[in-house]
Design a protein around this ligand. Structure first.
Ligand code: ZN
Length: 67
């Protein structure tokens, strides 16, 4: 006689897919700035700059750092 134990069912741990990084446009804002950036002029428009949110609640220009 063999003592067969039922094989323990292995539950595959399914890891949820990582959330996609949000596009940078939804993170910051586009606002006018006085600094010069030919690249951002062509991307966002003349004088328009991508700005990142600051810890103080405002926005900081990604080119010159002005708030
Ligand atoms: Zn700027």
């Amino acid at each position: 006689m063999s003592d067969m134990k039922p094989k323990k069912k292995e539950v595959a741990a399914v890891t949820p897919p990582k959330e996609k990084a949000t596009p940078k446009n939804t993170k910051g804002t586009i606002a006018k700035c006085t600094c010069v950036s030919v690249y951002q002029d062509s991307v966002y428009g003349k004088g328009m700059r991508a700005k990142n949110p600051t810890s103080s609640g405002g926005y900081k220009c990604t080119v010159c750092g002005a708030k």
